[in-house]
Ligand binder design. Structure first.
Ligand SMILES: [Zn+2]
Length: 260
C-alpha cells in the first residue's frame, strides 16, 4: 500500500511541476494499491500540482445519448477519470463525445467551447494544454492512450479521417451527426516512447505500482511532427497487419493527385 504522501513524492521526483497544467491518462488497476483508492490518487495528483496547478483528465463518452456534462458518465476512461469528473468544483468541457474534466485556475480556459471536429484539435482541451505548455502524464498506460498524439495528427494535417456517429442536441432535439476524427487503433502511437526517450524528452519512473511517463505536451507534438513530415501514415498499422481500424483510416486517404 502506497500512501498519498509517497505518491506526491514520486510525482514530484518524476518532474510534475507545482503550479503547472497536467493532463493525466491513467489505469488505476496498474497504480494500486494506494491509500484512499482512486480518490487518494486524485488527492495526490492535486497535491503534487498545488493550489496554483490545473489537473486535466479525459472524460469522453459513448456519444449514444444527448450529452449532459453534469451527468453523462465517461466511457472507457477508467475509474480515476470518472470519479474526478464527479468531484465538486471540477469543470467539464462540452464536446458531446470528446469532453475533458479540469480543476484549477486554468480549468475554465481549458474547458471552453470547441468545434465538434476534430475533437482533439488545436482548439480543444488537449490543444489548450499544449498552448499553456502543460505536461502529459501517462500513469500505467502507454502512448496508445495519449490524446496529445491526436493533436499532433491534427496540426500535421494527416490525410486520413474517419467519421463516427454522435448524438447532439440541435434546437432542442436529439440528432445524430457524423464527427470526423483521425481515428485508428492507436497501437503505433507507442512509437513515440522511443522517439521521446532518444531525445531525453521523457521521464519515466514508478508512481504507486505503475510505471509512469511524463513529457511536455509541446515535445510530444514537435517530435511527432518530425516523423509525420517524413511519413504521414506512420501511426497506421501496415496493410499486412490486417488491422481493421487502421485499414479504414488508410482507405479514407484521398488519391495522391486529389490531395490539396
Ligand atoms: Zn492498427
Amino acid at each position: 500500500m502506497v500512501s498519498i504522501e509517497q505518491l506526491v513524492e514520486q510525482l514530484r521526483a518524476l518532474g510534475v511541476r507545482p503550479g503547472g497544467v497536467l493532463l493525466v491518462h491513467t489505469a488505476f488497476t496498474e497504480v494500486r494499491p494506494v491509500e484512499g483508492g482512486p480518490l487518494g490518487l486524485i488527492d495526490a495528483l492535486r497535491a503534487a500540482l498545488g493550489p496554483g496547478g490545473t489537473l486535466v483528465m479525459p472524460a469522453m463518452t459513448d456519444g449514444e445519448s444527448v450529452f449532459d456534462p453534469a451527468t453523462t458518465p465517461t466511457a472507457g476512461m477508467g475509474i480515476t477519470a470518472e470519479l474526478f469528473r464527479r468531484q465538486p468544483g471540477v469543470l467539464r468541457s462540452t464536446h458531446p463525445g470528446g469532453s475533458f474534466a479540469a480543476a484549477g485556475p486554468l480549468a475554465e480556459r481549458i474547458c471552453a467551447p470547441q468545434p465538434l471536429s476534430p475533437p482533439h484539435g488545436p482548439d480543444s482541451p488537449v490543444g489548450r494544454v499544449h498552448d499553456l505548455d502543460g505536461q502529459v502524464l501517462l500513469l500505467g498506460v502507454s502512448h496508445s492512450e495519449n490524446t496529445t498524439l491526436h493533436l499532433a495528427e491534427a496540426i500535421a494535417r494527416v490525410p486520413y479521417s474517419v467519421s463516427h456517429p454522435c448524438v447532439v442536441e440541435l434546437d432542442g432535439a436529439a440528432r445524430t451527426v457524423m464527427i470526423a476524427e483521425t481515428d485508428h487503433c492507436c497501437v503505433r502511437f507507442r512509437l513515440a516512447d522511443e522517439w521521446l526517450y532518444a531525445r531525453r524528452l521523457q521521464d519515466g519512473g514508478p508512481v504507486g505500482a505503475a510505471y509512469a511517463r511524463l513529457c511536455r505536451s509541446r515535445d510530444i507534438v514537435a517530435v511527432a511532427a518530425l516523423h509525420l513530415a517524413r511519413d504521414p501514415l506512420i501511426f497506421l498499422c501496415p496493410p499486412s497487419a490486417a488491422c481493421e481500424e487502421c485499414d479504414l483510416a488508410r482507405a479514407s486517404v484521398p488519391p495522391a493527385g486529389a490531395r490539396p
